[in-house]
Design a protein around this ligand. Structure first.
Ligand code: SF4
Length: 482
């Protein structure tokens, strides 16, 4: 990410996005807070010697997950798929994911990856041969694999919080392919694939993907991908799957090797002992905060239609006043019920924050935007029905919302995905909460904010930066089709 920051011009949208990300990384390190409010699906890969008690280890893993959730390090993320109820402690059928493998060593190796929903939703699986937009036919060859990966990076745009990394599996079946693809994300970004044929494709993908100019958060720019790691499994003669696990810039992994007898940590993986992490910014840069140019537009909620219609794609906006969070459950609820608060002129933030309660008071410890496209079926109707003027999220929205913004006089602001610590520090207080029955990430939080920065990426004149970048990067895809 430091290399990405050095690559982009500071005054561009990509540069501003990476500056916020860099600040966020340092802020999260300094308070040991979640780097992103979506602390993801905890997935453990454990290698254990013969005779190690896996039932006991799984119990310990579950206890650790519950404890980390209680301490606000993990957001309650485990939801009953039938009732929608959040278990509150990150435990439930299928959560956390724990995979064991026996090996012929004495030590126990434990690796953990936290991969959030935004990037998980951009995973892709291809069945070759296939015809791909802008790339033509992808055959059952390594060149076909290369095309699939580039297509997946292009499709993801900023929705998975680019710049991202991809773990890829060539072959396997539909299930083992995805699993093996995710396992590739445990490799270090600077390693070299031991298979020279795959190493060559990894390198070719890195070069081509970074020519697409999807850029950080899909804002356009030079850095779209920070890693490509490919593995292969044997397949059935009739099947040829290419499975792609996309991970976001908040690439969270950690691991340890344990003494199998005492359980003591023998060594750390992915970090050098107890050495502190290297800061992204100097203390002065960190203290300076978000670099203002003087051209930012200040919006105080509630907002008028005239203020909104004056905004254009590319404007940097600083929002102050009351905003309300709303994700999937809130949007579905508002289609059938009146809102619990007056939403006329309001700011609706697509966010599922990490919150902590002390006595009667709530504090937000992490509050970045969630992927907005999930609310596409609802957003235009909610804008029209309740007079919402500003929608803040990440990754952009589709044609229906764009038309709704134009009709109702609304604007979509793209905040920087994953910048949970940065945005939490823009929240002065939690003024209230509604719809708590949906669980803390899905409730409607009433947040008072000051100078909350975001970029207009869809305006009330029918313009969408997301459409523009998708089209432009699609044309670039044609140039690298080979
Ligand atoms: S950085 Fe973005 S994609 Fe990654 S977990 Fe956070 S919100 Fe999700």
């Amino acid at each position: 990410m430091a290399a990405a920051l050095a690559t982009e011009e500071p005054a561009t949208r990509a540069g501003q996005a990476l500056t916020i990300i860099a600040q966020n990384i340092d802020q999260a390190a300094s308070c040991e807070g979640p780097i992103c409010q979506d602390t993801g699906m905890p997935t453990f890969e454990i290698k254990a010697p013969v005779g190690a008690n896996q039932i006991w280890m799984k119990r310990e893993v579950r206890a650790a997950i519950a404890e980390a959730t209680r301490h606000g390090k993990l957001r309650p993320n485990s939801v009953d798929s039938i009732t929608g109820e959040n278990s509150g402690d990150n435990l439930g059928p299928g959560t956390p994911i724990v995979h064991f493998e026996q090996w012929e060593q004495d030590a126990i190796e434990v690796k953990l990856i936290l991969k959030g929903g935004g990037c998980e939703n951009t995973n892709a699986q291809y069945s070759l041969p296939a015809d791909l937009d802008h790339l033509g036919r992808a055959d059952r060859t390594l060149d076909g694999v290369r095309k699939c990966i580039l297509h997946a990076v292009w499709k993801a745009q900023g929705k998975g919080c680019s710049p991202g990394s991809v773990g890829v599996c060539v072959g396997g079946d539909r299930t083992s392919g995805y699993l093996h693809a995710k396992e590739q994300l445990f490799r270090t970004l600077d390693d070299t694939n031991p298979d020279p044929r795959l190493a060559e494709i990894e390198e070719a993908v890195m070069v081509a993907a970074n020519q697409l100019t999807v850029g950080p958060m899909g804002f356009g720019g030079k850095t779209s991908l920070i890693g490509c790691k490919i593995g292969a499994l044997n397949r059935l003669p009739a099947s040829f799957f290419v499975s792609i696990a996309y991970d976001c810039w908040a690439f969270r992994r950690l691991g340890v090797t344990l003494d199998a007898r005492s359980g003591a940590i023998a060594s750390w993986l992915y970090r050098e002992g107890d050495a502190p992490s290297v800061p992204m910014l100097t203390p002065e840069q960190l203290a300076a905060g978000f670099p203002l140019t003087g051209r930012e537009v200040r919006l105080q909620a509630p907002v008028t239609e005239d203020q909104i219609r004056a905004l254009e794609v590319g404007d940097v906006v600083l929002v102050s006043g009351r905003m309300y969070t709303g994700r999937d459950a809130v949007h579905a609820h508002l289609m059938k019920h009146d809102p619990p608060v007056d939403l006329r002129g309001s700011v609706l933030y697509h966010c599922g924050p990490v919150v902590a309660k002390s006595g009667e008071h709530w504090t937000v410890t992490a509050a970045g935007p969630t992927t907005s496209i999930r609310e596409e079926p609802y957003q235009a109707e909610i804008l029209k029905r309740y007079g919402v003027r500003v929608v803040i999220g990440k990754g952009g929205m589709g044609a229906k919302t764009l038309a709704g913004l134009k009709e109702s006089g609304g604007v979509y602001l793209n905040a920087i995905g994953g910048a949970a610590q940065f945005y939490a520090r823009r929240i002065d207080r939690v003024a209230g909460v509604s719809l708590m029955e949906f669980g803390t990430p899905e409730a409607m939080w009433h947040l008072d904010v000051t100078d909350f920065p975001a970029i207009v990426t869809m305006d009330a004149h029918g313009n969408s930066l997301h459409q523009e970048i998708e089209q432009a990067s699609g044309e670039k895809l044609e140039a690298v089709r080979g």
